[in-house]
Design a protein around this ligand. Structure first.
Ligand code: HCB
Length: 210
């Protein structure tokens, strides 16, 4: 069943073994769509890794190995992503805030937006506010996705919004925020246009903002 395949993918991530992840991806491929392999299988496993890390059952080297395995699995699936039926009328700059190296979730969001017809410019992780602004200007973007995975870097999302205001760009550029510590309430508080809990929601909310 689908649930069994999701579990196999998730367990493979928790095993922190790249080979096991690639084997599980290969097996799931014929049965599941690439986005559901990533979101319901691999990402679910990564969340489990996070929980085990918090409980002291896994250590940082494991998390790094799991992250690498996850990346390999996602890369393997790039060619399976569904082709967008039409181009969305949006250019989006996507990045993880300065001081924060977590970029797995953000990369998934970028890929899913791309396959949904968005023109995506991913400025990577640990990106200073100035990089967000420069890329938005350079590409004439009308949307920005700001990722932060730590309570200590969440503030960076607010800083990007403040910079957009200072540059007189805020009316033109819709703002989406995401990452584990972000919430709807936080998005509202800092004046973002939306919060997305996962990549599927990022795509649907970005479409709503158009
Ligand atoms: Co990292 N880490 N980590 N980590 N890490 C977290 C985030 C903690 C919560 C774990 C913990 O302690 N409980 C924690 C942060 C605590 C806090 O909030 N204060 C933490 C810490 C503390 C650290 C270090 C400081 C550890 C250390 O060195 N002592 C260090 C950070 C260094 C730094 O950034 N300056 C660190 C390092 C690492 C790595 C390198 C080992 C690795 C990252 C590898 C990489 O990204 N290339 C890592 C990982 C993997 C995690 C956990 C386990 C998983 C994160 C992840 O990839 N999840 C995480 C635990 C957790 O999150 N509970 C832990 C899977 C993806 C698919 O989910 O939430 O990232 P996601 O993205 C979703 C969703 O949020 C949304 O869509 C995505 C797809 O569904 N979304 C967006 C995300 N961005 C969006 C943007 C949008 O516009 C829209 C939607």
């Amino acid at each position: 069943t689908k649930e069994e395949l999701y579990k196999e993918l998730s367990d493979a991530i928790v095993s922190c073994k790249k080979d096991q992840v690639l084997a599980a991806v290969e097996k799931a491929r014929g049965e599941l769509e690439a986005p559901e392999i990533i979101e319901n299988g691999l990402a679910a496993g990564m969340n489990e890794v996070g929980t085990l890390f918090e409980r002291g059952k896994l250590f940082l080297p494991h998390v790094m190995m799991a992250a690498e395995a996850m990346q390999a699995g996602v890369d393997e699936l790039k060619d399976d992503m569904p082709e967008a039926s039409e181009k969305a009328a949006a250019v989006i700059v996507n990045g993880t805030v300065e001081g924060d190296v977590h970029d797995i979730g953000k990369a998934i969001v970028s890929t899913m937006l791309q396959t949904s017809g968005f023109e995506v410019y991913d400025i990577g992780r640990d990106a200073p506010v100035a990089d967000f602004i420069a890329k938005i200007k350079e590409t004439d973007a009308n949307m920005v996705g700001i990722s932060a995975l730590m309570t200590t870097t969440l503030q960076g999302q607010k800083e990007v919004i403040e910079a957009l205001e200072e540059e007189g760009l805020r009316d033109k550029v819709k703002v989406m925020v995401g990452g584990a510590p972000a919430t709807n309430a936080w998005a509202k508080k800092i004046g973002a246009d939306c919060y997305a809990e996962n990549a599927t929601e990022a795509v649907s909310k970005a479409k709503e903002l158009l």
